[in-house]
Design a protein around this ligand. Structure first.
Ligand code: GTP
Ligand code: MG
Length: 366
């Protein structure tokens, strides 16, 4: 500890000069740069602090760092999950080819596979990953067939948790957690299958489930309306909470908006296609049938565009928040509890799921 009576400049190794008292009067401090007041704010208000500029600051930060968003498709075999993944990427989300050649038939999915695209709009970058999963329901014994899916979801929580408890943790932990899971329902027009109920019951505890009716082009308008009602009723009777969950509505405005979605839109009846056709001089994604072209992005034909808007335009941030604050938090609390309050050791195979974190390939970026 240097003697307290030494001038500060000595402490810093700078030669001492004797200073006249008058020079010791501190110079007036420069005012911190306050961002310009946005137009439209009442200028007669004195003492503008600039709290409202936080929105602009957040926007700039997000533009720099970008964000991750991960969607998973799940359901029985042959319901059009892989086709819808392609539709998402080929539609207005990115307008890119997702790797499969137009002429090639989409193969049956045999393993969990993540496909990623970096999408940029208005200067903001989104890393959109869609996780395609093999269909189930065609084995003789379908017992516990949700387990591989549940394991995958938990593995991503585990990965995030291990990064979070690292002493030297990353400034920004890559987020591979599944923010939303589209559950494909067969357009039978009858009741939900016991397997669907069982599957959704399990998954809804660990992830945001959005039920969708697959291949909606196979139903008439009346059948579709009736089936949607029936599915909603059955989900309610069986206590299956789908997204947006009632208990997480934050205020009356949220509740009113979400009630409408829960009671009218859900489950979205979708049609998928990765083929383009010329309709009225415009190229559209559609399915060619003997009676015309079903346009995937036309709201008069199906609800694909509604689903896309719901997930990306209106509820993306909320899906991420519910994943982080509810599903991940539940996983985290359980893991830490099981471990006697200690964090899991970083970078070891996943002891919660018994799986190695490497067993699913990282997303293919295009
Ligand atoms: N009518 C109709 N057929 C569709 C639709 N979407 C996909 N298909 C067809 O259904 C078949 C199966 O499509 P996939 O996308 O491979 O289905 P999947 O759910 O990924 O199948 P698995 O990988 O076995 O689980 C293909 O012949 C598609 O062309 C749709 O919206 N309507
Ligand atoms: Mg598939």
């Amino acid at each position: 500890m240097p003697p307290l009576d030494q001038p500060l400049s000595v402490l810093k190794g700078v030669p001492t000069t004797i200073t006249a008292m008058s020079e010791l009067v501190p110079e007036p401090r420069q005012k911190p740069v306050v961002p310009m007041k946005p137009m439209g704010i009442n200028t007669s208000l004195l003492g503008y602090i600039g709290i409202d500029t936080i929105i602009e600051q957040m926007r700039k930060k997000t533009m720099k760092t970008g964000f991750d968003f991960n969607i998973m498709v799940v359901g029985q075999s042959g319901l059009g999950k892989s086709t819808l993944v392609n539709t998402l990427f080929k539609s207005q989300v990115s307008r890119k080819s997702s790797g499969w050649n137009r002429e090639e038939k989409i193969p049956k999915t045999v393993e969990i596979k993540a496909i990623g695209h970096v999408i940029e709009e208005g200067g903001v970058k989104m890393k959109l990953t869609v996780i395609d999963t093999p269909g189930f329901g065609d084995q003789i014994n379908n017992e516990n067939c949700w387990e591989p899916i549940e394991k995958y979801i938990n593995e991503q929580y585990e990965k995030f948790l291990k990064e979070e408890v690292n002493i030297a943790r990353k400034k920004r932990i890559p987020d591979t957690r599944v923010h939303c899971c589209l559950y494909f329902i067969s357009p039978t027009g009858h009741s939900l299958r016991p397997l669907d109920l069982e599957f959704m019951k399990h998954l809804s505890k660990v992830v945001n489930i959005i039920p969708v009716i697959a291949k909606a082009d196979t139903m008439t308008l009346e059948e579709k309306t009736e089936f949607k009602q029936r599915v909603r009723k059955e989900l309610e009777v069986n206590g299956i909470e789908f997204y947006p969950q009632k208990e997480f509505d934050e205020d009356l405005e949220d509740k009113t908006e979400n009630d409408k979605i829960r009671q009218e839109s859900m489950p979205f009846a979708v049609v998928g296609s990765d083929k383009e056709y010329q309709v009225n001089g415009k190229r559209v994604l559609g399915r060619k049938t003997p009676w015309g072209i079903i346009e995937v992005e036309n709201l008069n034909h199906c609800e694909f565009a509604l689903l896309r808007d719901f997930v990306i335009r209106t509820h993306l941030q909320d899906l991420k928040e519910v994943t982080h604050n509810i599903h991940y938090e539940t996983y985290r609390a359980k893991r830490l509890n099981d471990n006697g309050g200690l964090p899991p050791t970083p970078a070891t195979p996943d002891s919660a799921t018994g799986l190695s974190l490497q067993h699913v390939a990282p997303p293919r970026w295009e």
